[in-house]
Write a protein that binds this ligand. Structure first.
Ligand code: SER
Length: 425
């Protein structure tokens, strides 16, 4: 099933269940200083989660352009990317847990064909300090979902030491199963909405973990650990609380904020264990291969960093409110992404001048049907990339010249053998 079909199926599935399909908001936040870029589907809709009436009604669905800067250095494993499409459905005081959880399992299993035996769920274990109970209500609903598919789902407290123990549903603390823009309850400022969540994990298979080079080989594992065996593909947040000066109070309405990354969902639906092997990236990866003359399989990390970073900056600079590379704030991140991509391109031996625009053109070509702004703004993106690439080349040349000038001094100070051994010059 193509990613295009998966995105459309998701929108249609929720449309058939009374949701209005709304367009993605800009990836640049509007009146929201909590993050540099929109990093989740609910963020542009905060006023409606707090009670304002949305013109399209109380049930909404979309695919939101999102960017998470904190994942820049994680790119190059099988699952992290900076820019992603967040498939999201929202209930603004309408349906709640007993509709949301069965719907999302139905979408994943009946619509996408995922094997329920590979799905695991997590819920919030409760916290007396903030007056929020263990989420037994979700557990009852989840047990029934599994039971209807012929599986007995055992619920257990998660344990870092004792492994899975035949469990299917696990209770986790707020660090894993509470969601707000600012994270755990203690970090939320007064007025911020948040709530417990229930995540779904897909089991990619124990072989990944047992791989002889894995630092996790032989370690017990739990579904939300970092060993690579399980991947989170869906998160239903039951956003019914608001932080106050002294604790928490219930919001006027019970909301559902669901989010699942299209790239991860596509990965498991297409039966691969790496996001960059999905059809969302195939033209981009082929483009890098053409430019470098190298194979993806032999240079996965470099290919993945280039593909992720140039896709991200094409979306950020190609947004109707897009921004240019700069030395501070959002523009600094754009600069960092472009320069990292160029650096890894050099490692791959890409010698073409001003090559990054070729990848941007591929991104615009692949995505403009869904995000028409990319077609409208691609010429601006190309110009910005050309400028930035020329600037960076100049900086690199100057740096190399400086280094050349310094070399004789270095060599006399530390001796040739010691210098080459220590620095690789
Ligand atoms: N806001 C939640 C998340 O980003 C669910 O959409 O995971």
């Amino acid at each position: 099933m193509t990613s295009k079909k998966i995105r459309q199926k998701y929108l249609d599935f929720f449309k058939d269940r009374g949701h209005a399909i709304i367009p993605s908001a800009s990836v640049m936040p509007d009146n929201d200083s909590s993050t540099l870029f929109i990093s989740s589907g609910m963020q542009p809709l905060i006023p409606y989660l707090l009670g304002e009436k949305h013109p399209a009604g109380t049930s909404l669905v979309n695919s939101q352009k999102s960017f998470r800067a904190e994942d820049i250095t994680e790119v190059g494993d099988n699952r992290h990317i900076t820019f992603f499409e967040m498939l999201g459905n929202l209930s603004l005081g309408g349906y709640f847990k007993k509709e949301q959880l069965p719907w999302i399992f139905e979408f994943l299993t009946a619509e996408l064909g995922l094997d329920i035996g590979r799905l695991y769920a997590t819920v919030f274990r409760g916290d007396a300090d903030i007056g929020v109970d263990k989420d037994k209500e979700s557990v009852e609903i989840l047990k029934n979902i599994f039971k209807n598919k012929g599986l007995v789902a055992k619920d257990l407290d998660f344990s870092e030491r004792d492994g899975l123990r035949g469990g299917r549903i696990f209770y986790y603390p707020a660090g894993k199963n509470w969601w707000s823009r600012s994270g755990v309850p203690a970090n939320m400022p007064p007025g911020e909405p948040g709530g417990p969540d229930s995540e779904i994990f897909y089991d990619l298979g124990a072989d990944l973990k047992k791989h002889e080079n894995s630092p996790w080989a032989g370690e017990p594992c739990h579904v939300n650990c970092d060993c690579g065996r399980f991947i989170e593909i869906a998160n239903s947040v039951f956003m019914e609380f608001k932080k106050t000066a002294s604790g928490f109070e219930k919001l006027k309405q019970q909301n559902v904020d669901f989010g699942g990354g299209l790239e991860r969902i596509t990965m498991v639906a297409q039966g691969v264990d790496n996001i960059f092997e999905t059809d969302l990236f195939s033209n981009i990866i082929n483009g890098i291969s053409r430019l470098s003359g190298k194979k993806y399989r032999d240079n996965m990390k470099e290919f993945e960093i280039i593909a992720d970073h140039l896709r991200a900056v094409t979306f950020i600079m190609g947004d109707d409110k897009g921004i240019a590379p700069a030395n501070t704030g959002q523009g600094y991140l754009v600069r960092r992404l472009i320069r990292r991509a160029i650096r890894y391109g050099r490692q791959l031996g890409i010698t073409d001048d001003l090559w990054t625009k070729e990848i941007a053109k591929t991104v615009a070509h692949d995505y403009q049907e869904i995000y028409p702004e990319l077609g409208r703004n691609i010429n601006k993106v190309i110009e910005l990339l050309k400028e930035e690439e020329a600037k960076f080349s100049k900086t690199l040349e100057q740096g190399l010249k400086e280094l050349e000038k310094m070399k004789p001094k270095f060599i006399s100070a530390v001796g040739v053998g010691s210098l080459s051994a220590k620095s690789g010059i």
